[in-house]
Write a protein that binds this ligand. Structure first.
Ligand code: GLN
Length: 448
């Protein structure tokens, strides 16, 4: 644990991944573990791991990278944290993100811009940019992220690490600061597929605090990954929309080479179509913003978080606290969401988007009738320069075109390093059937 902090301090001046270091507690916990010893079945005991700062941690400042939560110290732990604590993990600290996980570059943080671990002039992706960059820079072995529309997979792709978003319902959302409740899932960013699989089993499973969490058994995802793991006969579907217009040619080349490699390992690669992909981004931004506008009502300056001073009356408290506390992108989403849900526009926007969501889900169901996994790029480009897209939200949103369908359909999806384009990492996205993380992990493991 000491070495971890020495290392973080040497690197994080440049990477700027951490918002809060949990050093004092961590060193005390590590010392206590030295005394007590650790049980053989405690996989992560004594290992410092990073936590995205929209996951609540008891007595440890949790900001969601927003000014409105600048002073927020939660009084409880998220279920995923409780589960890791039961294994005696060490919480290294809280990692930067786009404010309330809204964004794809971590530039929307109210506190700092995190840098890509491969090239400090580029974005780390987002919204789990702090998590991805800290793992890629070797600050921590693994970090928790969240993924509502790609926030684990895109930064994993940009930083050349492994990032996995589980099936919706696989992991409890209790204690995750809610963005789009029907889309959000927690998952890991790691350097290896096996680490990722082992860690995912630790946080999965039903939780009475989250009624959308599944009661299915949780397999030991890591145990099945060994020298015998293979993809012989695996049926891989490659949607033509994922290698179409808007995807960088050099990214396509890396992905095509990866698919060739799978063929050489005995897999069967077929071109398929997911025809409603083109509507995914529009529908996702309506649904996620609608849910966000409702979820963010709780930040009113009264119950917790930062309260504006110099106010006249109650309404003034609300208006000033929210005006001062939320950043531009969050305000944009709240306005888009409340508009889409308003009586006059509900049918034209929210309802329509929900219909598109059903069609996207059907697209996948059709493909999965005779395929085991879907593959394509995780993002249309490699990491871009800091500042180059921030003034243009529509360009930013289009970067999510290949990741949001997975959340809309509730599927498991991951990004693994597939090669380089222009010296920057390219992520291969692997998408599985609902609750079939096992097949997805097997496919990922054989590629490594
Ligand atoms: N980039 C997407 C957005 O801004 C996804 C974010 C996420 O998955 N949290 O909404």
């Amino acid at each position: 644990t000491k070495a971890t902090y020495d290392n973080i301090k040497a690197k994080d001046d440049q990477i700027e991944a951490f918002l809060t270091l949990n050093e004092e507690n961590a060193l005390a916990e590590a010392a206590a573990l030295d005394e007590k010893g650790i049980a053989a079945d405690q996989l992560v005991a004594g290992i410092p791991l990073g936590v995205k700062d929209n996951i609540v941690t008891k007595d440890i400042r949790t900001t969601a990278a927003s000014k409105i939560l600048d002073n927020f110290k939660p009084i409880y732990d998220a279920t995923v944290i409780e589960k890791l604590k039961a294994q005696n993990f060490i919480n290294a600290g809280k990692l930067n993100l786009d404010e309330f996980a809204m964004g794809g570059s971590t530039e929307n943080s109210a506190y700092q811009v995190t840098h890509n671990a491969w090239d400090l002039t580029r974005v780390p992706g987002g919204s789990s940019g702090g998590s991805a960059a800290s793992v890629a820079a070797g600050e921590v072995l693994a970090a928790l992220g969240t993924d509502t529309g790609g926030s684990i997979r895109l930064p994993a792709s940009y930083n050349g690490v492994v990032g996995m978003k589980p099936t919706y319902g696989r992991v409890s959302r209790w204690g995750i600061i809610a963005f789009g409740s029907s889309l959000d899932q927690v998952g890991w960013l790691t350097t290896s597929v096996k680490d990722n699989a082992l860690l995912t089993s630790l946080i999965s499973g039903h939780d009475d605090h989250d009624l959308t969490s599944s009661t299915r058994d949780v397999p030991d995802f890591g145990a099945q990954l060994n020298d015998d793991t293979n993809v012989n006969g695996l049926r891989i579907a490659v949607p033509k929309e994922y290698l179409g217009e808007g995807v960088d040619e050099k990214v396509k080349e890396v992905i095509k080479a990866a698919l060739k490699h799978y063929e050489s390992l005995g897999a069967i690669v077929d071109e398929v179509s997911l025809p409603h992909t083109q509507y995914g981004v529009a529908a996702y931004y309506i649904i996620s913003s609608s849910e966000a506008s409702s979820n963010l009502q709780r930040f009113d300056g009264i119950r917790y978080g930062v309260r504006a001073t110099d106010v006249q009356d109650l309404e003034d408290v609300y208006v000033k606290s929210r005006s001062e506390g939320f950043g531009d992108e969050v305000k944009r989403r709240i306005m888009l969401g409340t508009f889409s849900l308003s009586a006059g526009f509900y049918d034209a926007y929210f309802n329509k988007a929900s219909q598109i969501r059903a069609l996207i889900r059907q697209d996948f169901e059709n493909v999965f009738k005779d395929h085991d996994v879907v593959m394509g790029p995780a993002g249309p480009t490699v990491a871009y320069k800091i500042g180059s897209n921030i003034a243009d939200p529509k360009t930013m949103y289009m970067n999510d075109v290949l990741t949001v369908p997975v959340n809309m359909a509730g599927l498991p999806g991951m990004s693994i390093p597939a090669g380089l384009a222009d010296g920057m990492p390219v992520g291969l996205q692997i998408i599985g059937k609902p609750f079939d993380e096992e097949t997805m992990y097997k496919a990922a493991y054989t590629f490594e």
